[in-house]
Design a protein around this ligand. Structure first.
Ligand code: DOR
Ligand code: ZN
Length: 345
């Protein structure tokens, strides 16, 4: 049995680091596991300009523990009025790594998101020309579409025509949750990839209602039926370069989760690698872990692979029921469970 596993330093291709006190409370968890992270721009107000991204990047760097080697990769939040010139300038200057499409009202802080993708046609032309990735929260928001169908309907109504109309556009379908998403990504060309979270390969929708309502298992896109978890899990461990690690760690203070109208988001940053590694081991796919965690993402984005390594060792780790930092209490994914790997170096 393998007792230690060493891989090239990994990256997180989708994380919410927040701002202010919450940023201070959470950023070290991501920075001690990953060399780089694609940082979601759904702040209040959202990150829509080069200056805002530079200022946010500075706040992230200032919040890092001294001596940490971590690079935040910034993302531009798209609104109906997104400015192609500003975005192209941010990409050319190495400030923006990608743009994020939130359909308006799809999730947390998406009120300024895009109401109709046709409003972005000139921006999408520009992005296609300059090779800038479009990161998509792939859910329709129509109230008449069942919440468990929103990803599959998005693929039919929005993504399929988008890929047809912009065949040279690099697209990441973020946090995929369905067999339909896996099939779509697999059937598409090399410019279409997807991130996969730990929760969507570990829980199905029963977890949200296990003996009572479980707010800490609620995120968006919401976990689906078991058949979908299995399809996404198979894709994650398959070794396909189209699928890569993106935790979607999305912290909300405990009181905002345990509420009559609790926020969507699972805080998985503290044990993200341990959580994924357990899945690869259960699937007999340890050999594919490094590709998923450390190679497929940078190769898709056209960035260099990281130098250095991380090592995980086979040891039981009890995940705390809650973590309190700077006066903020957060419930981590796997709270109260024992994981079988520990990040040691
Ligand atoms: O569960 C989620 N939480 N999904 C998202 O898309 C946004 C995120 C957040 O920002 O809290
Ligand atoms: Zn997210």
């Amino acid at each position: 049995m393998t007792d230690q596993i060493t891989i090239r330093r990994p990256d997180d291709w989708h994380v919410h680091l927040r701002d202010g006190d919450m940023l201070n409370a959470v950023v070290h968890h991501t920075a001690c596991q990953f060399a780089r992270a694609i940082v979601m721009p759904n702040l209040t107000p959202p990150v829509i300009s080069v200056d805002a991204a530079l200022a946010y990047r500075d706040r992230i760097v200032a919040a890092l523990p001294a001596g940490t080697d971590f690079t935040p990769l910034m993302v531009c939040y798209l609104t109906d009025d997104a400015d192609p010139m500003e975005i192209a300038r941010g990409y050319a200057q190495g400030v923006f790594a990608a743009c994020k499409l939130y359909p308006a009202h799809a999730t947390t802080n998406s009120a300024h998101g895009v109401t109709d993708i046709r409003r972005l046609s000139s921006l999408l032309d520009t992005m296609q020309q300059i090779g800038m990735p479009l990161l998509i929260h792939g859910e329709v928001t129509d109230r008449d579409v069942d919440i468990f169908d929103r990803e599959a309907v998005f693929i039919d109504r929005i993504l399929t025509p988008l890929v047809r109309d912009y065949p040279a556009l690099k697209i990441v379908l973020e946090h995929i949750t369905t067999a339909e998403a896996v099939d779509f990504v697999e059937a598409s060309g090399p410019l279409i990839g997807a991130t996969i979270t730990p929760q969507h390969v570990i829980i199905n929708r029963n977890a949200i209602f296990d003996g009572g309502i479980r707010p800490h298992a609620y995120c968006l896109p919401v976990a689906k039926r078991e058949q979908h978890r299995l399809a996404v899990r198979k894709a994650a461990v398959s070794g396909s370069p189209k699928f890569f690690l993106g935790t979607d760690s999305a912290p909300h203070a405990i009181g905002r989760k345990e509420s009559a109208c609790g926020c969507a988001g699972i805080f998985n940053a503290p044990f993200a690698l341990e959580s994924y590694l357990q899945v690869f081991e259960e699937e007999g796919a340890l050999a594919n872990f490094e590709g998923f965690a450390s190679e497929h993402g940078p190769n898709f984005y056209g960035l260099r692979l990281n130098d250095g390594t991380v090592t995980l060792s086979r040891e039981d780790v009890v995940v705390p029921d809650a973590l309190t930092e700077g006066g903020i209490s957060l419930v981590p994914f796997h709270a109260g469970e024992t994981l079988r790997w520990r990040l040691v170096d």
